[in-house]
Design a protein. Sequence first.
Length: 180
Amino acid sequence: MSDRIYYLRTSLEHGRSDERLRLAAARAAGLSGDAAELAVARTAEGKPYFPQNGLHCSVTHSGGIWLCAISAMPVGVDLQRHQKCDRKRIANRFFHPDEAGWLETREDAFFDVWCAKESYVKYTGEGMLPGLDLFSVVAGGKLAEEINGVPLRRVELFPDYSLCLCGGAPGEITITEIEE
């Protein structure tokens, strides 16, 4: 199974995530009928997954878009709408020094770095714990293609947004818009 990204444009970014995840997982698994039959379980850290069919998932939301990634392998995903913020202060406080230095000349890549970092911590299931500055998603003067042997894939989907998928199965990513 290829990795799948499902997204939904909504005014309610938060809430109904389990219902939305079940719908996406049912589509990914090719199931017809009631998606409510799929039970969403959570790890001790709160990362959702589907124990009955072994599907891994990750959820993100930003700027009126809810999005999830579904994979046969562990996965993390993050979406960030580009918005005004004190990028230099945030980078110096939360990012690895290599990333903060790289962003001095590539401020336009701020949200790409943020998404790569957040998708990795979602992949590991550790969440946004202190320590984002302990690893770098920049290597060789560009965004890394992997971190600790786990692939990082930038996905171009929406203008003025950054999207990164960490882990998952190698190969193509299928992207589908869903409706509630």
